[in-house]
Design a protein around this ligand. Structure first.
Ligand SMILES: Nc1nc2c([nH]c(=O)n2[C@H]2C[C@H](O)[C@@H](COP(=O)(O)OP(=O)(O)OP(=O)(O)O)O2)c(=O)[nH]1
Ligand SMILES: [Mg+2]
Length: 133
């Protein structure tokens, strides 16, 4: 059966020179890898609405402004995703792993692409282009 592409809102939360990352649950798709927080866009939601909802649920912040960074499609062997990646610099609340997941602030130099799902390699590359210097 051909599977539908799953639309996902992904937030790169930035403070100073660091980004906020979380660890995916072991039993999740692409489990046990690090991620930028976010999740599936539900029907009737815009990407931005989905992002605000997911970041409130997963890391306990209120997004004040989100700026689109990139949209990318990635086909894993078992699932195809379209990631709508947005930069979040303007938020209230203190990001934390609200669902008990490990989380951390990391500088770009500290991000190892191999610790993330394969789709994230392109995101990390793009962040390095725009956030350095
Ligand atoms: N959140 C997030 N998902 C990513 C990233 N990179 C990547 O390939 N994905 C994939 C993994 C999943 O197949 C999908 C997002 O699913 P998710 O597990 O976050 O969705 P969700 O929060 O709505 O979770 P659930 O309630 O359905 O379990 O996108 C990333 O950096 N962040
Ligand atoms: Mg999620």
């Amino acid at each position: 059966m051909v599977q539908a592409v799953v639309n996902v809102a992904v937030g790169v939360v930035i403070r100073d020179r660091s980004v906020f990352v979380c660890k995916r649950a072991k039993d999740a798709h692409q489990g046990d890898l690090w991620e930028f927080p976010g999740g599936k866009v539900e029907s009737g939601e815009t990407d931005t609405q989905a992002l605000s909802r997911e970041l409130a649920e997963e890391i306990g912040i209120q997004v004040k402004r989100a700026v689109p960074l990139m949209t990318l499609r990635h086909d894993y062997t078992d699932k195809a995703v379209c990631l709508h990646v947005q930069l979040v610099r303007d938020f209230s609340g203190e990001p934390h792993g609200k669902e008990g997941q490990p989380s951390a602030w990391r500088t770009l130099d500290e991000l190892k692409p191999e610790d993330f799902p394969a789709a994230n390699v392109a995101i990390i590359d793009k962040l390095k282009q725009i956030l350095t210097n």
